[in-house]
Ligand binder design. Structure first.
Ligand SMILES: [Zn+2]
Ligand SMILES: [Zn+2]
Length: 420
C-alpha cells in the first residue's frame, strides 16, 4: 500500500497544484461575481459548478439538491473514510458600488421588490475556492485514502419568503449520507482581517439568530382622552425597555453573551389618535442552545406580563433561525496545526465570538465540523475600517483565494490520512 505515512505527505503537492490552478480560480470568481444569483435561484452558478465537476470525472454529481445545490463525490484510489467540504453559492439583494471591471450590474426581484444583486458576502469566492479544491484533489485522486464529498450549497443568506432551502434542506435530502460523511470543513472570507490571516474558535463561534414578532392590541381612542382607551404605544415602549432587562438582569453573562434587539416599532397614523395596534420586531442572538430557549421564554413572558399590566393583549411569535455555529473541540485542535502549516503559523489565531449566524451549523449538528475565517482585505487597506461583508462596497483581495484552496485541500487530505 502506498498510503501516505505522515500528514505532511500532501503539502508540497497541494501547494504546487494550488499555485497552478490559481489563475482559473480567480477567473471563476470573477465570472460568478459578474453573474450573481440570489438564494434558491443559483441556476447558472450550479451549472458552472456541475459542469466543472463533470470535466474532472467525479464519481457522482447530484444536482438540484435543495433546489439548486450540487453534491459531488470524489472517490480516492485508496480505501478510507469520508470527509465533506462546503461552499455556499448565493448572493445578496445589494446593488454593487465597487469599481471593478467585473462589477455586477444584475437586477432582479426579491420578495416582490426590485433590487440589485451582488456577491457582497464573498460566496463567489467560496464557490471558486471549492471548484479549485476539486481540481487539486481530482489531480491526485489515485493517492487519496478515502472519499471527498463536495457540498455546493444554495440559500445560505436564506431563501425567499415562503420557500425552504439552504443547509437544513440539503441535510434533510441526505447530502451527508451514502457515502456517510464523518467530518465537514468550511470557510468564510471576511474583510475584518488582512489577506493571509486565518481566524478560528473552538466551541461556539457564531451566534444563533431568531426573529421575534410582537403584536400588541389596545383600544383606539382620541389622543386627548387616553382614559377612554388602552394605549398600545405606551405599552410597546414599556415592552422595549422590558426586553432590554433580559440580557442585563436575567441571563448569566459569565457563561455566554447574548443580544436582544428591537428593530421595528410600528403603530399609529396621526399625532392625536391613540391607535388600536402596535407591531414590534426584533432579533435574538445567543451562543448556547440552552440560553437561546431561556431568552425566547423571557421575551414571551415579559411581553405578555407588561401587556397585561397595561390592559393590552399581546401575541408573541418566535421564528427560529440558524443554530449556534459550534466548532467541534477535538476537530478544531486537530485542524489548527494543518492551517498553520499551509498558511504560516503566525497567520492563524483565535478570534472573538461573532454575533452573525451561519447555516454551516446544520452540517455541524449532523457530524463534527470545523469552520474558519480567511481574511480578504488587501495589505494597502486597513482591515479595521474596510467595508464589511454585506456592504455594497465589500471588496475581496483575490490573493485570499489561494489560501482557501490550500487550506481546505490540506484539511480534507490530512483528515482522511489521519482517520483511515
Ligand atoms: Zn452573509
Ligand atoms: Zn456569508
Amino acid at each position: 500500500m502506498n498510503a501516505p505515512d505522515t500528514p505532511f505527505a500532501f503539502d508540497a503537492a497541494i501547494t504546487q497544484a494550488a499555485d497552478k490552478v490559481e489563475p482559473r480560480v480567480v477567473a471563476w470568481r470573477r465570472d460568478l461575481h459578474q453573474n450573481p444569483e440570489l438564494g434558491n435561484r443559483e441556476v447558472r452558478t450550479a451549472k458552472v459548478v456541475a459542469d466543472h465537476l463533470r470535466s474532472l470525472g467525479f464519481d457522482s454529481i447530484k444536482e438540484k439538491v435543495a433546489h439548486t445545490g450540487v453534491v459531488g463525490v470524489l472517490k480516492g484510489g485508496l480505501p478510507g473514510p469520508v470527509v465533506a467540504l462546503r461552499a455556499d453559492m448565493d448572493a445578496l439583494p445589494v446593488a454593487e458600488e465597487v469599481d471593478v471591471p467585473f462589477k455586477s450590474k444584475v437586477r432582479t426581484q426579491w420578495n416582490g421588490m426590485d433590487c440589485g444583486v451582488m456577491h457582497a458576502c464573498g460566496h463567489d469566492a467560496h464557490t471558486a475556492i471549492l471548484m479549485g479544491v476539486a481540481e487539486v484533489l481530482a489531480g491526485m485522486r489515485a493517492k487519496i485514502p478515502g472519499t471527498v464529498v463536495f457540498l455546493f450549497q444554495p440559500a445560505e443568506e436564506t431563501p425567499p419568503v415562503g420557500e425552504e432551502g439552504g443547509a437544513r434542506m440539503m441535510v434533510e435530502q441526505g447530502c451527508l449520507k451514502n457515502p456517510d460523511v464523518q467530518a465537514v470543513f468550511g470557510l468564510h472570507i471576511t474583510s475584518i482581517y488582512p489577506t493571509g490571516m486565518i481566524g478560528y474558535r473552538s466551541g461556539a463561534m457564531m451566534a444563533s439568530a431568531d426573529r421575534f414578532r410582537i403584536f400588541l392590541k389596545g383600544v383606539q381612542t382620541h389622543g386627548a382622552m387616553p382614559w377612554r382607551g388602552i394605549d398600545p404605544i405606551v405599552v410597546g415602549a414599556q415592552v422595549v425597555l422590558g426586553l432590554q432587562t433580559i440580557v442585563s438582569r436575567r441571563m448569566d453573562i459569565t457563561k455566554e453573551p447574548s443580544v436582544v434587539t428591537v428593530g421595528v416599532f410600528q403603530g399609529g397614523v396621526r399625532q392625536n389618535i391613540i391607535p388600536d395596534d402596535v407591531k414590534l420586531e426584533g432579533t435574538i442572538r445567543t451562543f448556547d442552545e440552552g440560553q437561546r430557549v431561556e431568552v425566547q421564554e423571557h421575551v414571551k413572558h415579559i411581553t405578555e406580563m407588561i401587556a397585561a399590566a397595561g390592559g393590552a393583549k399581546a401575541q408573541v411569535f418566535i421564528d427560529k433561525g440558524y443554530d449556534v455555529t459550534v466548532n467541534h473541540p477535538g476537530l478544531t485542535a486537530w485542524s489548527v496545526p494543518v492551517l498553520g502549516r499551509l498558511a504560516g503559523e503566525g497567520n492563524v489565531g483565535v478570534v472573538d465570538k461573532i454575533c452573525g449566524s451561519e447555516d454551516f451549523s446544520c452540517f455541524q449538528q449532523a457530524v463534527p465540523g470545523f469552520f474558519y475565517f480567511v481574511g480578504c482585505t488587501p495589505p494597502d487597506k486597513d482591515a479595521a475600517t474596510a467595508a464589511p461583508n454585506h456592504s455594497p462596497r465589500f471588496y475581496v483581495d483575490e490573493d485570499c483565494l489561494k489560501v482557501g484552496v490550500k487550506t481546505l485541500s490540506a484539511l480534507a487530505l490530512d483528515w482522511l490520512a489521519s482517520n483511515g
